[in-house]
Write a protein that binds this ligand. Structure first.
Ligand code: HEC
Ligand code: HEC
Length: 197
């Protein structure tokens, strides 16, 4: 399965990271991360808890997923005018520092008022479509599979639609799993997942 291939690559990357970080003092690493974070907080929030529904919450997200997204923006596999420009200037160490910083923060409730019927329907759609096979029950995520639980509803909806239309195509399995799900069910999925705080 493709996930396993990606997981293998991730392990290789993680191993290299440890070798690389062992050279620096812990205090220096933290302050390096803190300086870089200043460029993110206006949109993603000081501790990664964005309060703007279009901007994803990064707090508590898997570090490997954050790293891979920054790399994908930089290398043109994922396109967004803002993020592609921001990532274009980043080196590998910057990406890992930022990924580890935001991953270590605690995710806060998103404040979204979900529609109860959509939540019920969304759970059924998710289970029927086997989403938990990768994202785990409750969409808590694992390794390079993102945590989506409690993410902003508007952002979740936008990303699922982008995978459906292949506007976002940096992971072919997501295109495949969402392809046959109608828009109304994608709306229901986004309510269900955003409500998983
Ligand atoms: C001007 C606002 C803005 C700034 C500044 C910004 N971002 Fe973003 N970021 C966004 C938006 C909007 C998206 C969603 C883009 C999309 O739809 O692909 C995003 C997406 C991301 C994602 C993908 C998250 C996911 O769940 O897939 C990561 C990771 C990220 N940003 C990290 C950063 C980091 C690290 C910084 C600072 C170096 C930063 N961003 C600065 C607005 C911003
Ligand atoms: C085969 C494993 C797999 C399955 C099944 C799967 N996903 Fe994913 N999903 C992923 C991976 C891996 C990513 C990250 C892709 C990347 O690197 O950009 C992802 C990304 C996402 C994102 C974007 C998150 C973000 O922060 O931008 C959402 C939302 C999502 N999945 C929801 C779903 C839903 C809903 C289903 C069921 C219909 C589903 N996924 C099924 C593996 C899977």
């Amino acid at each position: 399965m493709k996930t396993i291939q990606k997981a293998g690559t991730g392990t290789y990357r993680a191993t290299r990271r440890i070798a690389c970080w062992a050279a620096g003092a812990p205090a220096a690493r933290t302050s390096a991360g803190m300086t870089k974070v200043a460029a993110c907080i206006a949109c993603h929030g000081e501790d990664g808890n964005s309060t703007i529904p279009d901007n994803p919450i990064l707090a508590g997200q898997s570090a490997r997923y954050i790293y891979l997204q920054l790399k994908d923006y930089k290398e043109g596999r994922r396109l967004n005018p803002i993020m592609s420009a921001i990532a274009s200037g980043m080196g590998k160490q910057d990406m890992w520092d930022l990924a580890n910083y935001f991953s270590s923060k605690k995710q806060k409730p998103n404040g979204f008022k979900a529609d109860a019927d959509k939540v019920t329907r969304g759970k059924k759609v998710a289970d029927d479509a086997l989403c938990p096979m990768c994202h785990l029950g409750g969409f808590s995520g694992q390794n390079e599979v993102p945590r989506v639980a409690g993410q902003h509803q508007a952002y979740i909806y936008k990303q699922l639609m982008a995978f459906k239309t292949k506007e976002r195509n940096n992971y072919a399995d997501m295109n495949a799993y969402i392809k046959n799900i109608p828009e109304a069910d994608i709306e229901a999925l986004s309510h269900y997942i955003a409500n998983l705080n």
